[in-house]
Design a protein around this ligand. Structure first.
Ligand SMILES: NC(=O)c1ccc[n+]([C@@H]2O[C@H](COP(=O)([O-])OP(=O)(O)OC[C@H]3O[C@@H](n4cnc5c(N)ncnc54)[C@H](O)[C@@H]3O)[C@@H](O)[C@H]2O)c1
Length: 380
């Protein structure tokens, strides 16, 4: 079952790491460390497309050739330089499948052209289905409009010349028009509007998101349930994130930063059942490149209100942590689509900071839900 993976932001750090990694694994030049779907508990999932069946394409605003982007990632220590050199031919061949972003007078026309690009990709490669994954730069939070609430109102508004959807949501709309599932790895609005949920439901298309959980929030989703189940009272939880790279530069904008910080803090309130004092700060440090440092300080009370504290520091390579999850998400969402699942995939909460649908926030519970999900897909 050849399956397409359409990467929005296909020339960005996460996407290019993903393309390089998938080519390396397929060629037997690297192992699948970091790919959750290769763990024994999930590997039995007969429903998942095999590595050899994945075909990649995408859209991006920039035109930097993929081999150049991969070389820059190698220079930054994100991917091994010897792999990039060996795979230069494959990356160059993939380049023509990363299309420029279509532009038109109305958002409806733009969406039709995006959907047309994806349909062309599906036809050219004889794909059974395509999963669209949003890896574009994080957008500022958008104010909700009446047109976001109902599909008929949205479609009427899209025909006008005033934009009503942020790019991530327009891509979700175009993906659903093209009969594709949609995964949002970013904190942007994406498919999270009632009108788009209605369209996905109507067309029985699954979608997943939001905001890949790869660093500080991953650790938080393990530690916060520990405090809760030991009945320890968290008094404050503050985090400082220092990051570079394209994502870091984009997050230097306070409006964009707010969307990310809010999705990081939500996991605490939802796991603990109350909101401790403190906030999460994100700062751009260009020199860190794709490497991120997160430092968290937690103060808590134990028996008889005895005060205590803990702190942790996480030094992660963001794109190397994110890229294998993108492949996992594509394989899992394709399998869900194949099994006839439509609407939000809460079972994929394991991968996200701010999961769609009704999902537990503890990583252990999310893992159990994921294992059951893959087992059910295999039986479907
Ligand atoms: N790396 C991680 O661990 C991680 C975790 C969670 C979420 N994310 C999110 O993943 C996304 C990608 O991260 P990155 O580090 O690859 O960023 P990046 O800046 O390196 O890449 C983003 C790419 O998107 C392209 N782009 C921007 N707007 C676009 C549009 N409208 N249409 C098509 N392409 C567009 C840019 O040209 C760029 O190539 C970000 O939103 C980030 O917040 C990353």
């Amino acid at each position: 079952m050849p399956t397409g993976v359409w990467l929005l932001g296909g020339r960005g750090s996460v996407a290019v790491t993903c393309l390089t990694g998938a080519a390396a694994i397929r060629a037997g030049l690297a192992g699948p460390t970091g790919c959750v779907t290769e763990l024994p508990e999930l590997r039995g999932g007969r429903a998942l497309p095999a590595w050899a069946e994945l075909v990649f394409g995408g859209h991006d605003l920039v035109t930097t050739p993929l081999p150049k982007r991969a070389e820059a990632l190698a220079a930054a220590g994100v991917v091994p330089a010897r792999l990039v050199a060996t795979l230069a031919g494959e990356l160059a061949a993939l380049d023509s499948e990363i299309r420029p972003v279509p532009e038109a007078a109305t958002q409806r026309e733009t969406a039709l052209r995006v959907a047309g690009d994806i349909a062309g990709f599906r036809r050219r490669h004889g794909l059974e289905r395509v999963v669209v994954v949003n890896l574009t730069a994080t957008e500022p939070e958008v104010p909700r409009q009446p047109a976001h609430e109902r599909l008929d109102a949205l479609e009427a508004a899209l025909a006008g010349t005033t934009p009503v959807l942020p790019a991530s949501s327009l891509y979700a709309y175009a993906s659903f028009l093209a009969g594709c599932s949609y995964v949002d790895f970013t904190p942007s609005a994406g498919a999270r509007l009632p009108a788009l949920a209605e369209l996905a439901r109507q067309r029985r298309l699954p979608y997943a998101g939001h905001d890949g959980k790869t660093g500080e929030t991953l650790v938080r989703s393990v530690l916060a349930p520990m405090f809760a189940s030991r009945h320890l009272r968290v008094r404050s939880w503050s985090g400082v994130n220092l990051l570079g790279g394209g994502d870091g530069a984009n997050l230097a904008d306070p409006a964009t930063n707010a969307a990310k910080a809010a999705s990081k803090q939500r996991v605490l309130a939802e796991t603990l059942g109350y909101r401790p004092e403190g906030a999460t700060r994100i700062e751009y440090v260009a020199d860190l490149g794709d490497h991120k440092t997160a430092w968290d300080l937690i103060t808590f009370h134990g028996f008889l209100d005895t005060p205590m504290r803990m702190e942790f520091t996480w030094h992660g390579c963001d794109s190397a942590l994110a890229a294998p999850l993108v492949i996992d998400l594509a394989r899992l969402t394709a399998a869900a689509h194949r099994a006839g699942r439509g609407g939000p995939l809460a079972e994929l909460a394991f991968f996200f900071k701010d999961p769609v649908g009704q999902a537990p926030h503890s990583l252990a519970e999310q893992w159990s839900a994921l294992v059951c999900f893959v087992r059910e897909l295999g039986d479907a």
